[in-house]
Design a protein around this ligand. Structure first.
Ligand code: PLP
Length: 392
C-alpha cells in the first residue's frame, strides 16, 4: 500500500540548505535558513543556556515521565513576559508545554477545530507551515494580503477579515516580527485590531515565535496583550526556539485564555487529550533549561543581554540596508522600519536565480532574506549584487 503514496514536493528551504552547502565559493552568503547568526556567521548556544544546562546536568535526579502538559514551571515562568503583570488574567490563562512553536500552532488549530472552528483567516504571505498545518488538520484557509507594496501592514485587510468573520471562524495573526515580511502592526494598528476583535465572534489565534527579536521583550508583547485585553477568549502559540536560541531542542508552549476561570479546566483537558494522542509528552531538556534561567535573576540578566545583543545587531543590519536607499530598482528604506529576522525583497525568480548563480547569494524563492545572514563582512557585497541583478 505504501508505494501508492504520491511523492510530496521537497521543502524548498531544506533544498536550499543543500545547494548552499555544495557551493564551493568562499564568499557565499546564506540568507535562507531561519536562524540567528552572529557577525561571524555563527549560531552559538546562549551563555545563559550553557549555565542552565550545567545546572540541569548537576541537579536533575530523574528523567521519569512528566505528562502531556510538560514542564509547568517553564510554562508559568514565561507568562509574565508574554502577558504582563496580571499574567493569568485572574486565573483565566493557563498553558502547556509543546514541541516548539510548531507544536503550539498545531495544538491551537486542533483544539479550535474541536471547538467548532471550520475556517481560519490569515494574512499572506505567512510562515508556510501555517497553511500546511491548517490543511493537514482539515480547516479551510481564508487569506487576505498582509502588506502594502510600500512595506507597511495592510490594516484594512485585517480589519475586514476580523469584521466579516463569523462564529466558527478564527483569525490567525503573528504576534511580532512577522515571518516572512518583517512587517508588524504598529501599536495604534493593534488597538484598532483589538477593537475589531471585541465586536467579532472570531477566535483570535496569536502566534508569537520571536518575542524580543523585534523592539524588546515588552514592546513585542503589545499586540498579544492588547488583543487579550479586548476579547473573552484566545489562543497564544509561543516559541522559545529563537529568543533562547534553542531551535533543535523544540521549546514552545500553547496558552489559552478562557471566558472565566471555571471554563479553563475542560479546555485544558481537551488540550491534554490532543497532545496525548499526537506527541504524548513534549521533550523536557530545553524547557527545563529555560525554566532554570527564568527562576534565577543572574541567568535571566545574562539571557536578556544576549537577546538585546541579537536585536541590536539585526537593527544595525536593517539600518545599513535602509541607508543604502535606492539600490537598482529596489527601495531598501522600508527594511529599516521592519522587525525581526526576516524581510521580503520584491525580486523576480530570475533575479533570485542570478543572485545565486552569479554572486553565490542564497535566499528563498519568495525573496525572503534572513537579515542575520548579513554582517560587516558581506553586506557591501550583497548590496552591490542587488544593484547588478536588478539592473539586468
Ligand atoms: C511564525 C512562526 N511561528 C512558529 C514557528 C515555529 O517555531 P519552532 O517550531 O521552531 O519553535 C516559526 C518558526 O520559524 C515561525 O516563523
Amino acid at each position: 500500500m505504501l508505494d501508492t503514496l504520491p511523492p510530496q514536493s521537497p521543502d524548498a528551504l531544506l533544498a536550499l540548505i543543500k545547494l548552499y552547502a555544495a557551493d564551493e565559493r568562499s564568499d557565499k552568503i546564506d540568507l535562507g535558513v531561519g536562524v540567528y547568526r552572529t557577525n561571524e556567521g555563527e549560531t552559538p548556544v546562549f551563555a545563559a543556556i550553557k549555565q542552565a544546562e550545567a545546572k540541569l546536568v548537576a541537579e536533575q535526579n530523574s528523567k521519569s515521565y512528566l505528562g502531556p502538559e510538560g514542564d509547568l514551571g517553564f510554562v508559568h515562568a514565561l507568562m509574565p513576559y508574554i502577558f504582563g503583570k496580571d499574567a493569568t488574567k485572574g486565573g483565566r490563562i493557563e498553558g502547556m508545554q509543546t514541541p516548539g512553536g510548531t507544536g503550539a500552532v498545531r495544538l491551537a488549530v486542533a483544539v479550535a477545530q474541536k471547538a467548532g472552528v471550520t475556517a481560519v483567516h490569515m494574512g499572506v504571505p505567512s510562515w508556510p507551515n501555517h497553511a500546511q498545518i491548517l490543511n493537514d488538520i482539515g480547516l479551510e484557509t481564508r487569506t487576505f494580503g498582509h502588506s502594502h507594496d510600500d512595506g507597511t501592514a495592510h490594516l484594512d485587510n485585517v480589519l475586514g477579515a476580523i469584521r466579516t468573520a463569523q462564529a466558527g471562524e478564527a483569525v490567525l495573526l503573528h504576534g511580532c516580527c512577522h515571518n516572512p515580511t518583517g512587517i508588524d502592526y504598529t501599536n495604534d494598528q493593534w488597538d484598532q485590531i483589538s477593537a475589531a476583535f471585541a465586536d467579532s465572534p472570531a477566535l483570535p489565534i496569536l502566534d508569537s515565535a520571536y518575542q524580543g527579536l523585534g523592539q524588546g521583550m515588552e514592546e513585542d508583547a503589545y499586540g498579544v496583550r492588547t488583543v487579550l485585553s479586548a476579547v473573552p477568549e484566545a489562543l497564544v502559540a509561543y516559541s522559545c526556539d529563537k529568543n533562547f536560541g534553542m531551535y533543535r531542542d523544540r521549546v514552545g508552549a500553547l496558552y489559552v485564555m478562557a471566558q472565566n476561570a471555571d471554563a479553563l479546566p475542560p479546555i485544558l483537558s481537551n488540550l491534554n487529550a490532543l497532545a496525548r494522542a499526537s506527541w504524548s509528552m513534549p521533550p523536557d531538556h530545553g524547557a527545563a533549561a529555560v525554566r532554570l534561567i527564568l527562576r534565577d535573576d543572574d541567568m535571566t540578566q545574562i539571557w536578556l543581554e544576549e537577546l538585546a545583543a541579537m536585536r541590536t545587531r539585526m537593527r544595525d543590519v536593517r539600518g545599513q540596508l535602509a541607508a543604502a536607499g535606492d539600490v537598482g530598482t529596489l527601495d531598501l528604506r522600508p527594511l529599516g522600519q521592519q522587525h525581526g529576522l526576516f524581510s521580503v525583497l520584491p525580486l523576480s525568480k530570475d533575479q533570485i536565480q542570478a543572485l545565486r548563480d552569479d554572486h553565490a547569494i542564497y535566499m528563498a524563492g519568495s525573496g525572503r532574506i534572513n537579515i542575520a545572514g548579513l554582517h560587516v563582512g558581506n553586506i557591501e557585497k550583497f548590496i552591490g549584487a542587488l544593484e547588478v541583478v536588478t539592473a539586468q
